[in-house]
Write a protein that binds this ligand. Sequence first.
Ligand code: BEZ
Length: 173
Amino acid sequence: MWLFGYGSLMWRPGFDYVESRPAVALGWARRFWQGSTDHRGLPEAPGRVVTLKAEEGAVCPGMAFRIAAAHQPRVLARLDHREKGGYRRTQVTMVGPAGRRFAGITYWAHHDNPNYLGPAPLHEMAQQILSAVGPSGANADYLWQLERSLFGLGVRDSHVAVLCAATRAARDG
Ligand code: BEZ
């Protein structure tokens, strides 16, 4: 089984895998539209973390992890628990470095979940990310780690880049 990571799984998979490779998920765009009340924020002050928006022609760069059949039930149970704040599993089609398509699963926060925030003006999203802190750490550190992971893949994601610039501008006054 291949598992596609486009957020914290890229820098903190936290499970055993056989191999990993850069991949893009077809038909999806990464967006900071999911509220986090259990990792990068609190119920009274949610942070913003990534989810996927279905969009024809879009691609979402990330990492694909191959999980051994024997480990699948344990890995999925652990991730279902870790991502219980609104995410569900969905199927994705990916393209790897060799240009070959392959299938996998990923975690997706649909807009019907109670923590979904959706889009907001850029400066509001930046302020929210700057101020939110949760049990897994500062929301801004999540954003910077994502930026570093994408940089490591040689990828520029315009949504993430614009949000990083706005968050730095808000931080630096
Ligand atoms: C990830 O792919 O890194 C991920 C994103 C959102 C929820 C769970 C995992």
